[in-house]
Design a protein around this ligand. Structure first.
Ligand code: KIV
Length: 267
């Protein structure tokens, strides 16, 4: 895996090369400096400052409430922490629906104020003009197709998306508008496979099977650090919630029983 040893920051051209060489792309979400720093050192290729922060950091029911200023606040910390990973910041709802001018202005603010390397927006064919304008402004764009969590109410919930023609049309329109990568969420594995074979640009899947060019998960979900609902496509690689709860419980007990601080931890 040549790329995980690479010290300098990954670029859009590295991801295109990874697609052609068959090396899978790893992407995880990050929302703060220490987490981003750990994920960067661990060799994650892309860090996504996802609008999922509305749910996993702010405790909202969906991704709709998070604001542009809040995305910038978290994006700046993540960018500053990462040395090698390519940092992507989500455009929050409904900024990319405010017309091309407002959308480019918002993406420009994100790039200037966070020092990230790209933005991600939800949409495909309907967002082609916005994607094209951002790319013309020199802003790399990832398009997010399939399940679009910002449209949860219109889509009738977080459901698997099975309209093959629509998914392919959205992803192709995004690619033709200049998106350098397409994130595909909650679609049957065979549709994601066909999409990955059809597109020139890499696909990154979440709940989209093994054949995408890369995989993304929400960091809190994959570390077992989520108090709410966890989608069935998530595999937890740790149970950090349990570890925190055990450690904090022990500390509370030690304090109550006057075992902490002991001599070793006192002056
Ligand atoms: O906001 C986010 O974390 C995302 C993931 C679901 C990929 O878009």
């Amino acid at each position: 895996m040549a790329n995980s040893k690479q010290k300098k920051r990954l670029t859009v051209t590295d991801f295109v090369k990874m697609k052609s060489s068959g090396e899978k792309i790893t992407m995880l979400t990050a929302y703060d400096f220490p987490t981003a720093s750990m994920l960067d050192s661990a060799g994650v290729d892309m860090l996504l400052v996802g609008d999922s922060l509305a749910m996993v950091v702010q405790g909202h029911e969906n991704t709709i409430p998070v604001t542009l200023d809040e995305m910038i606040y978290h994006g700046e910390m993540v960018s500053r922490a990462s040395k090698r990973a390519f940092v992507v910041v989500d455009i929050p709802f409904p900024v990319n629906h405010h017309g091309v001018h407002e959308a480019v202005k918002a993406a420009g603010r994100i790039m200037k104020e966070t020092s990230c390397q790209a933005v991600k927006l939800e949409g495909g064919a309907d967002q082609a003009d916005v994607i094209r304008a951002m790319v013309n402004a020199g802003i790399p764009v990832i398009a997010h197709v399939g399940l679009r969590p910002q449209a949860v109410h219109a889509m009738g919930g977080y459901k698997v998306q099975r309209d093959r023609d629509e998914i392919l049309a959205d992803a192709t329109a995004a690619q033709e508008a200049g998106a350098f990568c397409v994130l595909v969420e909650c679609v049957p594995a065979e549709i994601a496979k066909e999409l990955t074979e059809t597109l020139r640009v890499p696909t990154i899947g979440i709940g989209a099977g093994v054949d995408c060019d890369g995989q993304v998960l929400v960091i809190n979900d994959m570390l077992g650090m989520t108090s709410g609902y966890v989608p069935s496509f998530v595999k937890a690689y740790a149970n950090v919630q349990e570890q925190i709860s055990t450690a904090v419980g022990e500390w509370c007990e030690d304090v109550k029983e006057r075992k902490f601080p002991d001599d070793e931890h006192s002056f």
